[in-house]
Design a protein around this ligand. Structure first.
Ligand code: AMP
Length: 237
């Protein structure tokens, strides 16, 4: 590659922030993503949210997804890969993206890598938020969601003012089918078996960054922000 071409590639990747959030269900990825979106104005691509909204809308994707989701199983790779790559290629994600819930298998990781390579892009970092299994079960099985507003509560850590009712609109709070304790345990088993191998993959590429998800959301956020600031500085050097 000529020096000019190298310069052009380097210049393109410097300004981009292509991030993925890794970690077990219930690690607080969604909470961190909300804050990082505010910090860096990145389009947030959360496959779980995309699939849940497809289920609500009753689209073909939603009908296909529901069965897998209710059981805590993963959707077939080729379906979810298509959904995500389309978003990454969209104009909205031109200057970067924040992926949550994808990739979740080695195959999805490979598909993402090669799609980015094809267009001269690369991942900036894989942010791993780690939390022990017991804590995941405690967090997820206490989670309740408002049927109308979608606001999330926790019976122990963030209870509503009136039991079983949303503070915002008074609608009913329900437990997500996949937050039932036996399904949570199955999701964890799927995470360890299917998703954890990706940690080594990103470690080998030198882009893995670890965060202690047992700490408060604010501490985790401060740590992630500082890490991203350092990565950006390194990129500019
Ligand atoms: P989440 O909210 O990220 O825990 O995702 C909820 C459910 O959506 C998962 O248990 C899977 O059934 C499905 N799902 C989300 N992301 C993926 C993915 N990358 N690959 C396969 N299935 C997924």
């Amino acid at each position: 590659m000529s020096a000019t071409a190298r310069g052009a590639t380097a210049k393109k990747t410097v300004s981009e922030l292509n991030l993925i959030l890794l970690g077990p269900p219930g690690a607080g990825k969604g909470t961190q993503a909300e804050r990082l979106q505010d910090d860096f104005h990145l389009p947030y691509i959360a496959t779980g949210d995309i699939l849940r909204s497809a289920v609500r809308e009753g689209t073909q994707l939603g009908r296909q997804a529901k069965e897998y989701m209710d059981k805590g199983e993963l959707m077939p790779d080729e379906v979810i890969v298509g959904v995500v790559l389309e978003r990454i290629a969209s104009d909205e994600a031109r200057d970067g993206f924040l992926l949550d819930g994808f990739p979740r298998t080695a195959e999805q990781g490979r598909a993402l890598d090669s799609a980015l390579v094809d267009v001269g892009r690369r991942l900036t970092a894989a942010l791993l938020i780690d939390v022990p299994d017991d804590e995941v079960v405690r967090r997820l099985s206490g989670r309740r969601v408002s049927v109308k507003s979608g606001r999330v509560y926790h019976v122990e850590f963030d209870p509503p003012k009136h039991e079983g009712r949303c503070d915002v609109d008074g609608s009913r709070l329900v437990q997500r089918e996949d937050d039932k304790p036996e399904t949570v345990r199955h999701r964890l088993e799927v995470y360890h078996r299917m998703t954890e191998p990706l940690i080594k993959h990103y470690e080998d590429k030198g882009i893995l960054r670890r965060f202690d998800g047992a700490r408060s959301a604010t501490e985790v956020h401060d740590h992630i922000r500082a890490t991203i600031a350092t990565l950006r500085l390194e990129d500019e050097l």
